[in-house]
Structure formats: structure tokens, C-alpha cells
Write a protein that binds this ligand. Structure first.
Ligand code: SAH
Length: 357
């Protein structure tokens, strides 16, 4: 679903950042080069992080010319960058066909976490989310997601710091763009490249049950986050249309399957929306639903979306919600809000740029 050509007919470029190392090896062999060229390329791309093929000086000039002719290194362009008082940085990138996506860097005590987008827009239709308001425009290629990380890493290089964790929680549904999202994971975790630990990568899903099972069967060491947000089907279906295809029971069955297969703890996301899903009854129901599943709950005070009338849960009510969960033996933390002054929440910058905010 990534477009094959621009409106003016320019074809989609071969993106070097979309190749896993083994794929790059096959590709250079097809070009008549020895396999080890791929590792050289990988080193220039991910360790030296050069921005032009011409800088890859240990490759022959003829090979570099050939690469420049048939492939592209960088395909995304920084359109906007905003830095928050709390150190959060947000980028708006334009892609080769002019579509735009957002990326956010969050500075935590434990390291630098980056939130990447996997699709331009989203078709999930969750009522509280800004990313879905204009629908899905297109999937991102693996390379377009990789480049988001590389841009942030180059920014951090100035301070000799590293991207330590990645969350696939920007715009889009990563499990709907499955292959490129997993290629992205393989590329940034590669020992010859950026070497980000798989355990420090979180893939968040609105609840695509078959894809959760596929992920479980692949036994990757990544963290799975599931956006739950409601404790009964009527409410969840009204907030998240995907619940009509796979309801809470099916979703939690898939979650149990995931834990059984991978032995990894699942993260459930629960956006607290004033008067909608934040009563102590909901806390009890939530604890009951998740009982016996190896998990952690991330409570997210809902971010403002102008098209919706949602209000936030007051602080003391949030604390009461957390306490009730704790009394019932369920682990929950409240997500700290970052970058409030720069519209860092999902889809906000892109919406602003398009005049929707
Ligand atoms: N499509 C994936 C990942 C992207 S959204 C998913 O649904 O999980 C990342 C997280 O932010 C999800 O839990 C999503 O439900 C949540 N989210 C979206 N809009 C929000 C808002 N306005 N306030 C709080 N959380 C929000």
C-alpha cells in the first residue's frame, strides 16, 4: 500500500534503509558485488551515519555511482522541529511523495525514548485520537521508520547520547503495516547497525487479534502494548471500532496466547477519560479482566483532541483509580505527560500544519 509512484509519475525509489542486512547482501550480490559490501554499507549507514552515498569512501567510485543511480539513501526531510521546555523534541517530516509524519524524542532519567509513526494517518477510527481524523493515507516503508530513528540519533550524536528505547506509538497501527514494522525492528536491533535492544522496543496495537497471534508465534523479544481503554464491549466499541471485529474476550484470549508463547509481560494502555471510563467500578472491572495475565497497566490521562469533548480525570480521581487497582493486585503507573507546550501528543503537529488544530 505504500505508493508505487508520485502523482507526477516519479517511481518509488529503492530505499537503502528498508533493507535488513541479509536482504542487502542478496541485493548487492544481484548487482555483481561481493556479499561483504552489504556490511560496509551497513556500517556507513548505521555506525558512521553518513548522509550521502558519496561519503562512503571505501566503496569504489563506480559502485557508489551505481548506487546513486538506482537507490536513495535519505528520503525524508525535516519540515519542522520543536523543542519543549522539558527536553521533549518533536519532528515533522515530509516523505518522498510529500506526505507528512511525526516523531517524538522523550528524555527520561533512564534514557532517550523515541516514538515513531508507522503509517501516514490511520484508519482505526478511535474516537479520542487525532491521528485518525483524516483517515489512512498510506503505509510507511521500513526505511521511512528507520530514518525517523536515525534523524533522532544524529540529533543525539551531538551530545554523545543514544536512542535507548523505541515505541511504535506515533500515528498508525503498526500491526496493520506488519511486514515493514517488523523489518524496522530487525534493522534497528541488528548487531551490525544501531544495536537497539529488542526488549527496548514496544509495539502498540489497537487490538488486531490475528496479528497479535502471528507476533506471538514469531517469538520476538519486543514488548507488546495493547490499547484497551474500556472494560466492556459496548463502551469499547463506541470508542474503538476495531472492537466490533475482535471484542474484549477475543483480545484478551490473544493476550494470554502471547504471554504463553513468549513469556513476555504485556503492557495494557488505558486512556482515562473524565466520566467515561474512570470510575472505581471501571478500575474493579479492569482488575477483574486482567487477572491472571502477566501484565502492567499504563494509565494515560487523555490528551486533548479539539474535535472531541473529552475531559481529563482529576488528579485525585486518577490516584484513587491506581489505588483500587493496587488493592486488587494489579500493577499500574500513570504516564507522565511530556512536551505539553509543543503539541507533542499523537497527530497534533501534523493536524496543526494542515490547519486542523
Ligand atoms: N495504533 C496503535 C498505536 C498508536 S497510538 C494503538 O492503537 O495502540 C498509541 C497510544 O496512544 C494508544 O494507546 C492510543 O490509544 C493512545 N492515544 C491516542 N489518542 C490519545 C489521546 N487523545 N489521549 C491519550 N491516549 C491516546
Amino acid at each position: 500500500m505504500a505508493p508505487e509512484q508520485k502523482q507526477d509519475g516519479e517511481p518509488r525509489p529503492i530505499q537503502l534503509y528498508s533493507f535488513r542486512l541479509n536482504e542487502l547482501e542478496d541485493w548487492v550480490k544481484q548487482l555483481g558485488e561481493p556479499k561483504f559490501r552489504a556490511k560496509q554499507l551497513f556500517t556507513w549507514m548505521y555506525k558512521k551515519r553518513v548522509q550521502a552515498i558519496s561519503e562512503m569512501t571505501d566503496l569504489s567510485v563506480s559502485f557508489r555511482n551505481k548506487l546513486e543511480e538506482i537507490a536513495r539513501l535519505s528520503t525524508i526531510k525535516e519540515e519542522m522541529r520543536q523543542v519543549s521546555k522539558d527536553g521533549t523534541v518533536k519532528w515533522l517530516f515530509s516523505l518522498w511523495d510529500g506526505a507528512t509524519v511525526e516523531t517524538v524524542l522523550m528524555r527520561h532519567g533512564y534514557g532517550n525514548s523515541v516514538c515513531v509513526s508507522t503509517q501516514v494517518g490511520c484508519r482505526m477510527g478511535c474516537t479520542f485520537c487525532a491521528s485518525t481524523l483524516g483517515g489512512l493515507i498510506r503505509n510507511l516503508s521500513a526505511g521511512e521508520v528507520v530514518e525517523q530513528i536515525l534523524t533522532v540519533q544524529r540529533f543525539l550524536d551531538q551530545e554523545e547520547e543514544r536512542v535507548s528505547s523505541v515505541v511504535l506509538m506515533g500515528s498508525g497501527e503498526p500491526l496493520e503495516n506488519y511486514e515493514p514494522s517488523m523489518a524496522f525492528v530487525d534493522i534497528v536491533t541488528d548487531g551490525e547497525g544501531l544495536r537497539i535492544g529488542a526488549r527496548h522496543i514496544t509495539v502498540s496495537t489497537s487490538g488486531l487479534v490475528p496479528a497479535i497471534k502471528r507476533l506471538a508465534d514469531e517469538q520476538r523479544q519486543i514488548t507488546l502494548a495493547i490499547s484497551l481503554h474500556a472494560t466492556n464491549d459496548e463502551l469499547r466499541s463506541s470508542m474503538m471500532p476495531i472492537n466490533r471485529a475482535w471484542n474484549i474476550e477475543k483480545l484478551l484470549d490473544a493476550a494470554r496466547y502471547y504471554v504463553e508463547k513468549t513469556n513476555r509481560r504485556i503492557s495494557f494502555e488505558y486512556a482515562l477519560i473524565g466520566g467515561v471510563n474512570d470510575s472505581l467500578d471501571h478500575a474493579e472491572k479492569l482488575a477483574h479482566l486482567l487477572k491472571g495475565i502477566l501484565c502492567h497497566i499504563n494509565l494515560i490521562p487523555v490528551n486533548y483532541v479539539p474535535e472531541r469533548n473529552y475531559t481529563r480525570t482529576p488528579k485525585d480521581q486518577i490516584q484513587a483509580f491506581v489505588n483500587r487497582l493496587a488493592d486488587l493486585g494489579v500493577n499500574a503507573t500513570v504516564r507522565r505527560e511530556m512536551g505539553h507546550d509543543i503539541a507533542a501528543a499523537c497527530g497534533q503537529l501534523r493536524a496543526q500544519k494542515e490547519g486542523r488544530l
